[in-house]
Ligand binder design. Sequence first.
Ligand SMILES: [Zn+2]
Length: 209
Amino acid sequence: MVVNGRLLLDGGAPLLPHMKRVGVDPGAIDAVFLTHFHGDHTLGLPPFVLHRVFIDQRPLTFIGPDGVEERLEALWEVSWGQDWTKVMRPKFNVTYSTAEQSGTVAGYEYETIKLDHGSSGSNGYRIHINGRVLAYSGDTEPTAPLDALVDGADVAIVEATGPGDVFSHMSFDAATALKHRHPKTRFMFNHLYSGTVDGAVTDLQVIEV
Ligand SMILES: [Zn+2]
């Protein structure tokens, strides 16, 4: 998800070609909020980083859970080996920021809420944009912290993985119940693995808020 052409929320594949297809400039992203480090949320990042190393070197900040710098630098090293360290890293205009309970990154105020997901958990974010609040869950179980994350938000982007039993994720029933508990919030459901649910967004969709 890209917000206002400036904020990237997680980075699953195929990130870079999708940005180009919807007319998002990969060089204009100034902050990347990572909820956790699972591959379906991070493995689109290497081609995007390639763009930010060789094509457009504007400043870029990654914000994520503890270990964000070590985890991402390890991913870049797996991707390019010694060429990363010797040639590419010196050209990369990057800042890594560990998410605090609340803070400001790249000019955006945010709060972090720890959500339940697998062994690592997931950082949910409330991001303040032009006086509005965008809540973003990443992956989560339908537990109490998720309600705190979306409470009073103008827009909530929340995962809804599939029908029935979806281990460590949101089922369609849980997503629908969450939406009904917060009727003033506009929900957009993503991360669908099979089927669909009311409020789901689709790949390459552009939404005006
Ligand atoms: Zn995950």
